[in-house]
Design a protein around this ligand. Structure first.
Ligand code: HEM
Length: 510
């Protein structure tokens, strides 16, 4: 297809969408003024969109509406607005947008985060909840502990590679929990496979950086034959679909083989497969939910843990206070365990503040409104994409004094229940309603353990240059969805010989 005909088609589609939207746009919530046809395209920035959305919140209020080529885009900037729509009106706010390229052509529709709302989605959700509910988390403890100790050992051995160690930790912990697969080297083939899938999804298939796929604007193009000139997207999609499917098939086949051989470890897949034969449909669902879990957890962990290190480097007083609390409980003679959690309120506050300060998925993942709705007297048209502006909620100066600062003490003040809920990052960093993160309990248990063990055994400080001058860590972000910082210079060292010994013993025993 030539560039001219492509542009003509795009213009025609935009015109139809714009004319259709004119009627519906009357009385929509406030927002920047759109242009004819392209709507607010020029207002958008796909890099750090959460900052742009927060500037709109300051200007227009709790609920901000824009449109892209006639399609509504709504930002919910407060906990109340997100709860009112995504939770209380969940039945019409839990769909996902139609993504022809990503979901239909590349095969990602099997991954729950892209699945349309309906029976299939509900089946997948139930499956995940049955294995990841708070009651199941204790059974993952041995795996969490083994991965945590191995990670600490790697940090002690080569602290300068800390970002790679976090990547390996989040990847191998997920493979271990989901498939019972233990990673033993940085070049592990399953780890590479997981990275390949994530790279494909984030940087090629679903990335805003790749631009908008024409087939998403003009869905009938999905039927053009692959050999036609201009149908390169179909050839790409076919190749990418193979990679996506291989990413789900290979590790799942590995678990099935281990189960047959009678040496499978306890993990998400074995817990759901049980001892009895499962039918084909259930097996398919287990395979794809397992795949969704590792796709969804790797980058969120990477983001949260790298921010934890950044916070400890920038706020040494908080680190020392948390370390003192742990030392007072353990006497430095053992590593903290999940059973210590209730006795370590300051460490708990550090974890909460870390989640708030990081806001790992700052705009959540988009939901799609399934029918016209009215909120606060304003119309929200069917098909609107809904973003929960989690960044704004976690950095609202009306809720958090000095929101840019890392202050764990803010959770230790006595406040009434309503304020406590508003201040509790657990209320929003995992999203809302029927699509709320199904891995939140697992993330909670794992992050607590790894942070408590890092605090017990390691010191985090600013790095110095050759002349001895302190290097201030800079935060650079190059990802549109997650707040993954680039590696920053810092110094990580064991707190004592004894701490090193504790880690070594734990890593060997696990
Ligand atoms: C710090 C860790 C994590 C954070 C902050 C986080 C946050 C989120 C957020 C904001 C969403 C979007 C929710 C919405 O649409 O309203 C989400 C979805 C999801 N998360 Fe997480 N997540 C984390 C870890 C995990 C882990 C460990 C798993 C799996 C074990 C996981 C699995 C998923 C899945 C499958 C979805 C898609 C749910 C759906 O569309 O129905 N996440 N997560």
């Amino acid at each position: 297809m030539s560039i001219v005909s492509t542009l003509l088609l795009l213009a025609a589609a935009a015109l139809i969408a714009w004319v259709g939207s004119l009627q519906r746009r009357k009385n929509t919530p406030p927002g920047p003024r759109p242009l004819p046809l392209i709507g607010n395209l020029l207002d958008f920035s796909f890099q750090r969109l959460w900052l742009r959305a927060t500037a709109w919140a300051d200007q227009y209020g709790d609920v901000v509406y824009l449109n892209l080529f006639g399609r509504g885009v709504l930002f919910l900037n407060t906990l109340d607005a997100a709860a009112d729509l995504l939770e209380k009106r969940g039945p019409i706010y839990s769909d996902k947008p139609r993504m022809v390229m990503c979901a239909e052509l590349c095969g990602c529709e099997n991954i729950i985060a892209f699945a349309r709302y309906g029976d299939g989605f509900r089946r997948l959700r139930r499956l995940m909840q049955s294995a990841l509910g708070s009651g199941n988390i204790p059974s993952y403890r041995p795996l969490l502990q083994a991965e945590t100790y191995a990670f600490l050992q790697r940090l002690i051995d080569t602290p300068e590679n800390y970002m790679n160690h976090i990547k390996r930790f989040s990847g191998s912990q997920t493979l271990s929990i989901v498939y019972g697969y233990r990673v033993t080297t940085d070049d592990d083939p399953q780890l590479k496979r997981a990275e390949e899938t994530l790279d494909l999804l984030g940087n090629h298939i679903a990335s805003a950086g790749a631009g908008v796929w024409l087939v998403d604007v003009l869905p009938f193009l999905k039927y053009v034959p692959s050999w036609l000139p201009g149908a390169g997207f179909k050839r790409k999609a076919a190749a990418w679909k193979t990679v996506i499917e291989r990413g789900a098939d290979e590790p799942f086949q590995w678990v099935k083989n281990s189960m047959k051989a009678g040496n499978a470890a306890m993990c998400y897949c074995t817990m759901l497969m049980g001892k009895d034969a499962v039918d084909e449909k259930r097996e398919y669902d287990i395979k794809w939910t397992a795949n969704a879990m590792y796709i969804a957890s790797i980058d969120t962990f990477l983001t949260t843990m790298s921010h934890f290190i950044l916070a400890m480097v920038k706020y040494p007083a908080a680190m020392r206070k948390a370390q003192a609390e742990i030392d007072a409980l353990t006497g430095g003679r053992r590593l903290p365990s999940p059973d210590d959690r209730a006795a370590l309120p300051y460490v708990e506050a550090v974890l909460r503040e870390c989640l708030r300060w990081t806001a790992p998925v700052p705009l959540g993942l988009p939901h799609r409104l399934m029918e016209d709705d009215v909120y606060q007297g304003r119309t929200i048209p069917e098909g609107t994409l809904i973003f929960a502006n989690i960044w704004r909620m976690t950095h609202d100066p009306a809720v958090f004094v000095d929101p840019e600062a890392f202050i764990p003490e803010r959770y230790l003040e006595a406040v009434d229940d309503a304020i406590a809920k508003k201040r509790d990052p657990w209320s929003y960093v995992f999203g809302f309603g029927r699509r709320k993160c199904p891995g939140s309990h697992l993330a909670d248990a794992s992050l607590w353990l790894v942070m408590a063990c890092m605090l017990a055994t390691l010191d985090f400080e600013k790095a110095t240059d050759a002349s001895g001058a302190t290097i201030e860590p800079q935060q650079e972000y190059n990802n549109a969805t997650f707040r993954i910082p680039e590696q920053f210079p810092c110094k990580i060292s064991p707190r004592s010989e004894h701490a090193m010994q504790l880690v070594q013993e734990a890593a060997v025993a696990a």
